[in-house]
Design a protein around this ligand. Structure first.
Ligand code: SF4
Ligand code: FES
Length: 252
């Protein structure tokens, strides 16, 4: 009796063993299972890291943690598009599936990149609520529900850096901080306790690589996996930065 052909998944992965190493591509063919995502596909390769030509290789290095699009660590280029590996379903992707590291961040190894620039940018705009935890502060200040409704979507940022990857302005020439940083500055400026640092944040965004570098390409808002209202946040912050600059002109 003729044997049914075994269904497989074809995948090509850009690999690089060190930050300065030469990039190569390895091809794999994995037995098909329904409902796989890219993270489980990479897990299958790790169980048997052998290329399609039978060459034994090493498991693929990539970042992941939560496996449910919450930690933001697994962003990579999947068929050329910046996506989260844990929520990208194999059944919805054209084959061979092409995996590559994000292109705007230094490669650590294979699909893992160094995205610390985002965290440096968040530090530059003081994207936090300053709290002295050495004594009981009592209940937090109250918030209007309308403000809470505006803030909540911004609080869903998972620091995946996809908005920066897809932004034509996010590059070495501009030093643009990117949409996520501006959105988080907006989130904390609207916080009744966080607003104490509002002017510092606005002045930081008025400086080099700040909000004036945004070209309003709007790629960020389309690519953000968590649907943050990024263009709205950038417009709101653009207005606030301008008002702060005028204020500073007359008072400093
Ligand atoms: S704003 Fe969206 S795309 Fe940018 S880091 Fe946050 S979740 Fe990712
Ligand atoms: S593993 Fe956490 S977002 Fe994908």
């Amino acid at each position: 009796m003729a044997q049914a052909a075994t269904r497989t998944i074809k995948v090509e992965i850009k690999r690089q063993s060190t930050p300065d190493g030469k990039a190569t591509t390895e091809a794999f063919e994995i037995p098909y299972r329904p409902n796989m995502n890219i993270t489980s596909l990479l897990g299958e390769i790790a169980l048997n890291p052998t290329t399609v030509t039978g060459v034994e290789t090493t498991p693929i290095t990539y970042d992941s943690n939560c496996l449910e699009e919450i930690c933001g660590s697994c962003a990579m280029l999947i068929n050329g598009k910046a996506m989260m590996a844990c929520s990208a379903l194999v059944d919805k992707l054209e084959q061979p599936i092409r995996l590559a590291p994000l292109s705007k961040f230094p490669v650590v190894r294979d699909l893992a990149v160094d995205r610390s620039v985002l965290f440096e940018n968040l530090k530059a705009v003081k994207a936090w609520v300053p709290i002295d935890g050495t004594y009981d502060l009592g209940p937090a200040p109250r918030q209007f529900p309308q403000v809470q409704e505006q803030r909540y979507p911004l609080s869903n940022c998972i620091s995946c850096t996809i908005c920066m990857e897809v932004c034509p302005q996010f590059n070495d020439a501009t030093g643009f901080v990117g949409a996520a940083t501006i959105a988080q500055a907006r989130l904390f400026n609207m916080d009744p306790a966080g607003s104490v640092l509002k002017e510092d944040r606005l002045r930081a965004l008025a400086g080099d690589g700040g909000i004036q570098e945004c070209g309003f390409a709007q790629n960020c808002v389309q690519a953000c996996p968590k649907g943050l209202p990024l263009t709205e946040a950038i417009s709101d912050m653009g207005r606030d930065v301008f008002v702060q600059q005028v204020k500073d002109l007359f008072t400093r």
